[in-house]
Design a protein around this ligand. Structure first.
Ligand code: PRX
Length: 566
């Protein structure tokens, strides 16, 4: 079974009301993602269907039906309400990929509160910046991560509750901590908060080039795009077993790892474990995964593990493969076709767009290395960087541009309307990427139009890493750029000058690396620290990252007329 309809047909008859009708939503009515992901599926008679198949690194397994999702999300919602939390309060989810993370998001949305998922590998400083900016009232977390919250609690006056989902009932709870067990009580009835299309739903933090991370604010109406793109691009059907490998700390893990699959009523699997080719293939084989949404870094790592290991497993269950987050190289598409008998379909979008924008639509001819074409209902082109006028000649590189107005588009950056407004030029939304369009209308990704580093599909702000580096006692100045990496595409590299009294050593390099890992995260940790006597600066004193970047990538250095220490 498949939802495939021809791309051309879909284009011709397209209207977002197709999704509204299927979901039974009428303009001006109540639309609550939490309800759509649980109660509606039960009302349709599928309460006993498996919603979540979960497994962790230790081999523990759990299974939840749609009725379980309904009652346990009610249980979380009721608990939050008892604490005094209400609509539009920010509630952070800071957990590994445990069931409470997935069901917790549903519960938060049911009371109309705003869910703020944060990657559990974040260190205390990454966490602090995002909780402070959002004015978060409560954080749902695990014992092991609560330690990081404790470190910063005194600097967060708005944070009233630290909810610990795995408290052992023995250890003393510290200031503002409260224990909660999702499964202690099955709450059958809940008064749903009647959110409307424009009610805020999620706040996802994404990295900025020049400033601190930005809170991308979404609304409940985003469901319309997420539902239809999942149905047509991921091709999720009733009987599929779906696996999205992304962590809900990032947008793929919520839009397509919670919201879309559950609103479609499909059975999805979650693996809360580190990566290895063997673990992943065994998981696919065991749960008979049919639709697999993953990322280029993972695919490159699987390629590296070799073809032999693929043959040790029965992966004939796989039916449709999709990728997101970074450029999907042509070799990866060709390789997946060879070993799985199926090509990975690229999909391009970002935290701000909320749903898939450009993609290799199922059934469409795939040109390996190309991202494909805009989803029906999405008007997209490339524009000139100077005038923001559309480029009509095929093959000319420009800035990717979208006509605003699709349902899942962010509504603002939290408390940062100015930066939000700056993303629109000449009536287009500019995601900050460059591409070219060929004569057949296929988009080819070229690169980002800013200094943001995309490492293993995760965006890292050089500014955030540089700011954290300056807090290290030995660092006087720093500049952070990307360097090429075979698997992760790019990784973080730091150039530093040392304060007087500190000498260059390997121990110091390791110490600086670990300092960033603990403060920010393992993703933001520089894989290399290069000591320099001085950093290239413009005459006005701005560090020229561009020069260092060019050196790392073996590119032309370009115009250096403003360079100071030349
Ligand atoms: O630069 C593009 C890259 O990742 C950015 C979005 O990152 P984020 O907001 O974290 O969301 C990631 C998952 C939706 C984009 O601006 N990117 C995303 N998908 C692709 C991509 N680059 C090339 N090809 C893609 N398919």
């Amino acid at each position: 079974m498949s939802n495939i309809g021809s791309y051309e047909e879909r284009l011709k008859n397209f209207d977002w009301s197709i999704a509204e009708k299927e979901l039974g939503y009428k303009e001006g009515g109540v639309i609550n993602i939490g309800w759509y992901c649980s109660d509606r599926i039960c009302k349709m008679g599928n309460g006993d269907k498996t919603a979540l198949l979960w497994e962790n690194a230790a081999g523990e397994e759990k299974r939840y039906t749609y009725n379980d999702i309904r009652v346990f999300s009610n249980s979380i919602a009721t608990f939050l309400r008892r604490l005094g939390l209400k609509n539009e309060d920010r509630v952070c989810l800071f957990m590994d990929r445990i069931p409470e993370l997935y069901i917790g998001l549903v519960g938060i949305l049911k009371i109309g509160a705003i869910a703020q998922p944060l990657f559990s590998a974040f260190g205390d400083e990454s966490l602090f910046i995002r909780l402070e900016n959002a004015g978060t009232s409560a954080i749902i977390t695990q014992r092991k991560h609560a330690l990081k919250v404790r470190k910063i609690i005194n600097r967060l006056p708005d944070l009233k509750h630290i909810i610990i989902v795995d408290h052992d009932g023995i250890k003393e709870l510290k200031e503002k901590e409260i224990a909660f067990s999702m499964e202690a009580e099955r709450v059958e009835e809940l008064e749903l908060f009647p959110t409307k299309a424009e009610s805020p739903s999620l706040l996802h933090y994404t990295s900025g080039t020049t400033g601190m991370p930005k809170g991308v604010q979404h609304v409940h109406y985003s469901l319309i795009s997420q539902y239809l793109t999942a149905k047509w691009v991921l091709d999720i059907t009733e009987n599929d077993i779906y696996w999205c490998t992304a962590d809900p700390g990032w947008v793929t893990g919520t839009s397509y790892g919670i919201i879309a699959p559950w609103a479609l009523g499909v059975t999805q699997c979650v693996l809360d474990s580190g990566f290895s080719a063997e673990i992943w293939y065994r998981f696919i084989q065991k749960y008979k995964v049919t639709v697999w949404y993953s990322a280029p870094t993972a695919i490159r790592s699987l390629m590296k593990a070799g073809d032999q290991i693929v043959r040790q497993f029965d992966l004939s269950c796989l039916r449709h493969l999709i990728s997101v987050g970074e450029p999907l190289n042509a070799e990866a598409v060709v390789w997946s076709e060879k070993v799985f008998g199926l090509p990975f379909h690229d999909s391009y979008w970002q935290t701000e767009t909320g749903s898939i924008m450009i993609t290799n639509f199922p059934g469409m001819k795939i040109k390996p290395g190309s991202m494909g074409k805009p989803f029906p209902g999405i008007t997209s082109t490339v524009v000139k960087p100077e005038t923001f006028e559309p480029i009509h000649e095929p093959g000319v590189i420009g800035l990717i541009a979208f006509r605003p107005g699709w349902p899942a588009m962010m509504r603002t950056y939290w408390k940062n309307e100015e930066t939000y407004n700056g993303k629109f030029k000449n009536g287009w939304y500019l995601p900050g990427d460059r591409a070219r369009i060929d004569t057949d209308g296929y988009f080819w990704f070229i690169g980002r139009d800013d200094d943001i580093i995309n490492t293993a599909g995760h965006l890292v702000s050089p500014f955030e890493v540089e700011s954290a580096l300056l807090e290290h006692p030995a660092v006087a100045e720093s500049a952070v750029v990307s360097k090429p990496d075979e698997i992760n595409m790019e990784v973080v590299k730091a150039f530093v000058t040392l304060k007087p009294g500190f000498t260059v050593s390997e121990e110091l390099e390791l110490d600086i690396m670990n300092f960033i890992r603990r403060k920010l995260s393992s993703l933001a940790m520089p894989q290399e620290v290069e000591y320099v006597d001085s950093l290239p600066k413009t005459r006005s004193g701005k560090i020229m990252r561009r020069l260092l970047h060019a050196k790392e990538w073996g590119e032309e250095i370009g115009d250096v007329s403003t360079l100071e220490n030349d």
